[in-house]
Design a protein around this ligand. Structure first.
Ligand SMILES: Nc1ncnc2c1ncn2[C@@H]1O[C@H](COP(=O)(O)OP(=O)(O)O[C@H]2O[C@H](CO)[C@@H](O)[C@H](O)[C@H]2O)[C@@H](O)[C@H]1O
Length: 490
């Protein structure tokens, strides 16, 4: 019989996405199918999601979900099996999933994502006649409270919490404890209490049966003060239950041979055709059409991603004859700095503030080099998409970037395994060095073509990683069954 997993997430590709979390929660269920794991996903009913629902009556109606009326619907779409929480007062908003149109956090996020967690916990605890999960899989702070609610209700179904990004923790004032429907017992150092506040993520980390991060390197890094974001002590306590599983990519969606966003499709056997995407890209971004490498960044514009460092060295990219395209949105100060810098280099640097899936695909195909100067990077997907499109990544030596890109040093080049350039330290001097190395390699076509081939042949399919999740689920399920049996005997 298939193992049943209930995944709980605030983002899910292709319906609602602000970053890599959506890519993972959207791709993993399909990849797990091959391992006999059947995944259903709980998702808030944002305006982008509600049109998926049919006229079928809801599975359950909640008269008082944190004071709001709500209903739970079941629907299948795009190969995904969904439980959608229809709660207009919480999720029918015109901005993004977390912020309004001005980029400001919704003041009731504490309640919006507690409701995602609570509904997840209730499903695990038998809300739906005829279906209950063997394993609950939560993602980041937005669904991390699920295991706290489950334990409070005496539900012992095993929970896996995946940390995609420790920088976001869901920290709220302690006085909300009662409004969250949580007992004072949850407000302890071993659960939700965090420097006098509540931390949803900490609550999840303390009550989940297993914690995963999205790369083994990040799993080690988060135990240190530099990367632990204040939770290193908590993670050290749980180190026995912590492991890293590197992300894969959805190779159907990110496939230059079939990608319908590309003017010209190509593959590893006709890399030359990649070049045909260059002109459409330059035209799309109103850049000069002369030779010279095209550098690109597709990213949330945040401190984490080091885009301020890219701003600092963009003049150098341009002065060496390169061009730079940045697609992203995020912190106001970084957006402004990018726009101001691009204004200094007309025809050489273009910035698109916004989110556009089609442009992301075109940029990967038409550019030569993708730059990722992240200060920390739990895994990173952009560099993996770049590899698949024969676009060479220049990345900081951290987290998943260090783990997925093989630096083009002399030994790696002659061994035929190099796929990109790593740099260190993560500052202007480091990035400058990385960019110069990439530039120098780009000028020697034979070396560049070899790098592209090796990049395109790197295997980051979900196959291996999904197998590791399936193994973890099985391990937890067996342990759970043994514990239940012991309880019955006692
Ligand atoms: N303006 C824009 N337009 C179109 N597409 C855009 C875009 N801005 C970003 N994207 C897309 O968003 C995704 C970003 O994923 P990443 O994994 O690189 O980073 P993110 O920090 O969001 O994810 C977090 O979770 C993931 C998943 O676990 C980890 O890999 C990562 O390290 C962690 O920080 C990519 O699919 C990229 O193409």
């Amino acid at each position: 019989m298939a193992m049943k997993v209930l995944s709980s997430t605030s983002e899910l590709f292709p319906f609602i996405k602000t970053g890599g979390l959506a890519d993972v929660t959207g791709a993993l269920p399909k990849a797990l199918g091959a391992f006999g794991v059947e995944v259903k996903t709980v998702l808030p009913g944002y305006p982008q999601v509600m049109p998926l629902l049919s006229d079928n009556p809801p599975l359950v109606v909640f008269n008082d979900l944190f004071g709001e009326r709500a209903a739970l619907h079941h629907v299948s779409a795009e190969g995904l099996d969904l439980f959608v929480i229809d709660a207009p007062a919480l999720f029918d908003r015109s901005g993004g999933p977390y912020v309004d149109a001005r980029g400001i956090d919704y003041p009731d996020n504490w309640k919006r994502f507690a409701s995602l967690s609570l509904v997840t916990a209730e499903i695990a605890n038998g809300l739906l006649p005829g279906w209950g999960p063997d394993i609950v899989h939560t993602h980041d702070w937005q669904s991390a409270l699920a295991s706290v609610y489950m334990r409070q209700a005496g539900c012992s179904t095993p929970v896996v919490l995946t940390v995609h990004n420790l920088a976001f923790q869901g920290q709220y004032p302690a006085y909300l404890l009662g409004s969250l429907g949580l007992s004072p017992n949850a407000y302890t150092i071993d659960c939700l209490e965090y420097y006098g506040d509540l931390s949803y993520l900490k609550g999840g980390l303390m009550t989940a049966d297993a914690i995963t991060t999205v790369s083994p390197t990040y799993a080690r890094e988060v135990l240190t003060p530099k990367y632990g974001m204040g939770l290193q002590g908590v993670l050290r306590k749980r180190v026995g239950s912590l492991r890293g599983v590197v992300n894969g990519i959805d190779q159907d969606i990110w496939n230059p041979e079939t990608d319908h966003h590309l003017p010209v499709n190509y593959g590893v056997h006709d890399i030359g055709s990649k070049f045909a995407n260059r002109m459409p890209l330059l035209k799309r971004f109103k850049l000069d059409t002369d030779d010279g490498p095209v550098f690109a960044a597709i990213s949330r514009l945040t401190w984490q991603k080091g885009i301020d460092i890219l701003v600092e060295v963009s003049g150098e990219i341009v002065s060496r004859g390169g061009k730079l395209i940045v697609l992203g949105r995020g912190e106001r100060s970084i957006e402004e700095a990018l726009v101001a810098t691009a204004a200094c280099f007309p025809g050489r640097m273009a910035v698109e503030l916004g989110y556009c899936e089609a442009d992301a695909h075109l940029i990967h195909a038409g550019s030569d080099i993708v730059v990722q100067p992240s200060r920390f990077e739990p895994c990173g997907l952009t560099q993996l998409y770049a590899l698949r499109y024969g676009t060479i990544p220049v990345v900081s030596r951290t987290g998943g970037l260090a783990e997925t890109i093989i630096d083009a040093n002399d030994a790696a080049i002659s061994a035929g395994v190099a796929t990109g350039f790593q740099f260190d330290p993560v500052d202007g001097s480091g990035l400058r060095d990385g960019i110069h190395r990439a530039y120098d390699a780009w000028r020697i076509p034979s070396i560049w073509r070899r790098l592209q081939k090796q990049a395109m042949q790197a295997d980051f399919s979900w196959q291996r990683s999904a197998g590791q999740y399936a193994e973890l689920y099985l391990e937890l399920q067996k342990r759970h069954v043994r514990t239940e049996q012991r309880l019955v005997v006692a």
